[in-house]
Design a protein around this ligand. Structure first.
Ligand code: IPD
Ligand code: CA
Ligand code: CA
Length: 259
């Protein structure tokens, strides 16, 4: 039942994305001029929350545009109604709905749906990760040197030691491919599917990673913070890999030279 509701909810959000894509919709700014929210984000969020609340009116909701709908329930739905809003607003079909379901503090299910590529990723704790009903696995690369990586940059640049551009520069100077898709949830799912060997980002929110985190774990990968500690969706830093390049990538993210 929970899974059925999860799938109905991502599809309801995806239908709204398709309705507005490449059409007319209002766009406004949030924290700065390029941190956008569109009419489609609100419509997707409304459709998702209505779908969940029809079945589970007393569950806790944490959703990007609405914030928290608090309750005493041990279940919490963590929702990004459109992950990759800038792509969406520009007609770039790399964007998705992402929903993670937490039970008593643990993510137990997640779904990420990109309606434009017809890709539905679903993970269940202990049951594996699937792309369109086919089991997926992380890649088998063993070195960062021949890996294909992905990263993302925050809306407000964080000027710190080993910041996003410094790490990007370290990798690019060694000719290691680092992609930047613009959707953290898709980045994580593509690590789970073995398309990327690793992903790192400095500043995520719970709704960006709740579903994708479980996807990578259930596909046999590893997800931690930059210190190598177990990942929590409530802190900012993330490294997600196939497991085999994890330690090496942690070193690089912490400023280690690549020899
Ligand atoms: C953003 C995307 C992007 C990441 C940003 C997120 P949004 O989410 O996931 O890839 O780099 O940190 O905020 O705003 O498109 O939902
Ligand atoms: Ca997001
Ligand atoms: Ca969003």
């Amino acid at each position: 039942m929970l899974k059925e509701t999860l799938l109905n909810a991502v599809q309801a959000g995806g239908a709204q994305m398709q309705h507005y894509f490449n059409g007319m919709f209002t766009i406004s700014s949030k924290s700065n001029i390029n941190d956008l929210v569109t009419e489609a984000d609100y419509a997707s969020e409304k459709a998702i929350i209505e779908t969940i609340q029809k079945e589970y009116p007393d569950h806790f909701i944490l959703s990007e545009e609405t914030g928290e709908v608090k309750s005493a329930s041990e279940y919490k739905w963590i929702i990004d109604p459109i992950d990759g809003t800038i792509n969406f607003a520009n007609g770039i079909p790399i964007c998705c709905v992402s929903i993670g379901l937490e039970k008593a503090g643990e993510i137990i299910m997640g779904a990420v749906y990109n309606p434009f590529m017809n890709e539905l990723f679903v993970a269940e704790k202990g049951m594996g990760a699937m792309l369109n009903n086919q089991k997926i696995k992380v890649s088998t690369k063993t070195n960062v040197g021949n890996s294909c990586l992905v990263t993302g940059f925050p809306y407000t640049y964080i000027d710190v030691e080993n910041g996003p551009l410094e790490i990007f520069s370290t990798l690019i100077k060694k000719a290691i491919p680092v992609r930047r898709l613009g959707s953290a949830a898709i980045d994580l799912c593509w690590v789970a599917a073995g398309r990327f060997d690793g992903y790192f980002e400095h500043h995520l929110q719970a709704w960006d990673s709740a579903a994708g985190f479980l996807m990578v774990m259930e596909a046999g990968g590893k997800v931690t913070d930059f210190a190598g500690k177990d990942y929590s969706v409530y802190q900012k830093q993330i490294i997600a890999t196939n497991g085999l390049i994890h330690e090496e990538l942690i070193g690089i993210v912490n400023g280690k030279e690549i020899i």
